[in-house]
Design a protein. Structure first.
Length: 667
């Protein structure tokens, strides 16, 4: 008699199944509906194929399309395999490498056969058609265990040099698996996969673009073609995603930044922003706003050097952990006689600061600090430089020169929870003033880190307790803990904003750090007369001005709140006879503190309305002979269908209220 295993189900029931049974057998035993709906399983928490046999008593959860996170990951992984199979079916001799699932789809890196050019956008329709044929064929996806040598021999025989190279590096004795699609095509993969290609919806994917990619990410290796696709569980989800992409393209901050004449980027300062007058207005309004916010929270503003000695960065730990991302310069008088820079071998090294933290410790260390001086809260609008990879740069969202609304709180152990709780309340006020909802997440210790486990235990619990005390550790605020995602010196709380079209952006953080004060020898005199180490809380709300402005532009689709708009009102004339009145209106609005411009061009009013609408000017005040005689204006608000005629005094009062920053408005 075969061994009987006990399989525990989520509802608390237990099924007795013969050894060697699979999750598919359990689903079939429960009922035909579940057997048809099941696409994978979790055995003792691990995601596996439905065909994976039980080897012992286990807890089982069957996965269906209702388990969207698991279902999407499986579907996208399968779409990637189907993509690779389709490309090789269409163009024999194509070499395949790797194809993972991504946040919204999948990709696969391939090398076209020598007989043809690299794959391009023109090839995508044919690949999509073949993918749909493979899906409709409902080919079973079966798992097989192979030896390392079998894999090497297989790939070499098929001319798959990249796969053979990878297989040769796999450890001896490890269980290596391949997945076969039907009877003819297979790929090396850990899995799991859906039971068959027919479980995919043939109308739920779309190939999006192609790009160059290097084998194993090394530019010294062969160049491959990366084919990107987006994949979903059904066509409705795909259509919704494509609509979001279309809306995101309309909101692209690079496109709107050009249309609104806010900023530009160019190769002469790659990764750095050229702010135009209109864009710099937004920057300065944000700077003024955050100054008021942090000063109200008891922070004192400082300014620190851009360039510091490499020995400082060595002591802080950044030189060893972060040097690849730092701009390093020699502390040496340049050679002015010969062409080109010359650096001698004995030059000392300096670095442009990639962050402000070590400099703030040096400020803290000036003079003797007492326990009565704590907490000491200092902030800096600090310009930083990071040598980001060329391919990673993206408009305002990822740059090499940026300014942080950075701050550090030096405090005693008994002050940490209250300081973090207060910061949570400050961040909440700021994000709500900008119209954002958010989720709070706790990023826990990474594998590579400084400090003892005891210190990390304490730091993580302090942040956790502060969020609980602030009332944010709830489902409403998306509370979540993220293992392994903390900085190398500290755990951190992260604020993830949700924008108008549902995308999330990680912006604000606060980190509890005991490492840097130790490494840089920061201390204060305690009540007992002895020296103690302060705890250093790293905090930011915007993150960086550049990225936050990019997020704001996309969130509002360029239609910024009136208090942030570079030009808050334009006075536009219908006829030249109203030019004098337009100048008078402009002067009164400017006196009221409104950023106003006058448009007296010899153009039709409809042209002026369209032009200023494209520039996202919130209010257009149209004036003609009648308005001049009556002391009125015809107010057209951006996005409104109709204009409203009102006395000038009333319009000024309304615009002044709109133009007041939210933190300065009467309660």
């Amino acid at each position: 008699m075969s061994e009987v295993l006990k399989i525990s189900l989520p509802d608390g029931s237990v099924r007795e199944m013969p050894a060697g049974s699979t999750p598919a057998d359990v689903a079939a035993a429960i009922g035909p509906g579940l057997a048809k709906a099941a696409i994978a399983a979790r055995i003792d928490g691990d995601l596996v194929d439905l065909s994976r046999p039980f080897t012992k008593d286990a807890a089982l959860a069957l996965v269906t399309n209702r388990d969207e996170a698991d279902a999407l990951e499986l579907a996208r992984h399968d779409f990637a395999h189907v993509l690779a199979e389709a490309v090789q079916a269409l163009w024999p001799g194509t070499q395949i490498t790797f194809g993972p699932a991504t946040d919204d789809g999948f990709y696969y890196d391939v090398m076209a056969p020598a007989s043809r050019a690299p794959f391009g956008m023109e090839d995508l329709p044919a690949i999509e058609d073949r993918m749909r044929a493979i899906i409709k064929a409902d080919k079973p996806l079966t798992r097989e265990v192979w030896s390392r040598q079998q894999l090497i021999d297989k790939w070499r025989a098929d001319g798959e040099t990249f796969k053979a190279e990878w297989a040769a590096e796999l450890p001896e004795g490890e269980e290596l698996t391949v997945y076969r699609s039907g009877t003819d095509w297979l790929d090396m993969c850990r899995g799991p996969h859906l039971p068959s290609t027919g479980k995919l919806d043939p109308q739920a994917f779309k190939l999006m673009r192609v790009a160059g990619a290097y084998w194993r990410g090394d530019q010294n290796n062969a160049q491959l073609t990366r084919i990107y696709g987006t994949g979903w569980l059904n066509k409705k989800q795909l259509d919704a995603h494509l609509m979001r992409l279309e809306e995101a393209a309309k909101r692209d901050h690079r496109k709107l930044g050009q249309e609104m004449d806010l900023f530009h980027l160019q190769a002469e300062a790659h990764g750095s922003v050229f702010w135009h007058p209109q864009g710099y207005v937004i920057y300065r309004e944000l700077e003024d706003y955050i100054r008021r916010a942090v000063q109200g929270a008891g922070c004192k503003e400082v300014k620190t050097p851009q360039v510091m000695d490499a020995r400082q960065w060595e002591q802080s730990g950044h030189w060893g952990k972060y040097r690849a991302n730092m701009f390093v310069i020699p502390d040496e008088v340049p050679n002015t006689e010969d062409d080109g820079p010359v650096i001698s071998g004995d030059a000392d090294w300096m670095a442009l600061k990639p962050m402000n933290c070590p400099a703030h410790v040096l400020i803290f260390r000036q003079g003797i600090k007492s326990y009565r001086d704590l907490p000491l809260r200092i902030v800096e609008n600090g310009c930083c430089h990071r040598n980001e990879p060329h391919g990673a740069l993206h408009g305002l969202m990822r740059v090499r020169q940026f300014t942080q609304d950075d701050g550090h709180i030096f405090c005693r152990e008994d002050q940490i929870v209250e300081e973090v709780r207060s910061f949570c309340e400050l961040a909440d006020r700021v994000y709500r003033d900008f119209g954002f909802t958010y989720a709070v997440k706790l990023a826990l210790r990474p594998e590579q880190r400084f400090g003892s486990d005891a210190d990390w235990d304490k730091a993580e619990q302090e942040l956790r307790q502060a969020v609980i005390d602030a009332g944010l550790a709830t489902e409403k605020y998306g509370w979540e803990e993220l293992p392994g995602e903390g900085a190398f010196y500290a755990p951190k709380l992260e604020w993830h904003l949700t924008d108008a079209i549902g995308r999330t952006w990680q912006v604000g953080t606060i980190q509890s750090d005991r490492v840097l004060p130790e490494r840089l020898d920061a201390s204060y005199v305690g009540e007992d007369g002895e020296k103690h180490r302060p705890v250093m809380l790293h905090r930011a709300i915007f993150g960086s001005y550049e990225r936050f402005i990019g997020i704001l532009i996309e969130h509002y689709a360029g239609k910024l709140p009136v208090w942030l708009a570079p030009t808050q009102a334009v006075i536009a004339t219908i006829v030249s006879d109203a030019d004098g009145y337009a100048a008078e209106v402009t002067a009164q609005l400017a006196a009221a503190g409104i950023r106003v411009e006058t448009d007296t061009r010899n153009e039709k009013i409809n042209y002026k309305v369209r032009d200023h609408s494209l520039k996202k000017v919130p209010h257009l005040l149209v004036v003609g002979k009648r308005e001049a005689e009556e002391g009125t204006v015809a107010l057209r608000t951006l996005g409104a269908e109709h204009q409203k005629v009102m006395p000038l005094s009333e319009a000024i009062a309304m615009l002044k209220a709109d133009a007041t920053p939210p933190d300065l408005r009467p309660v």
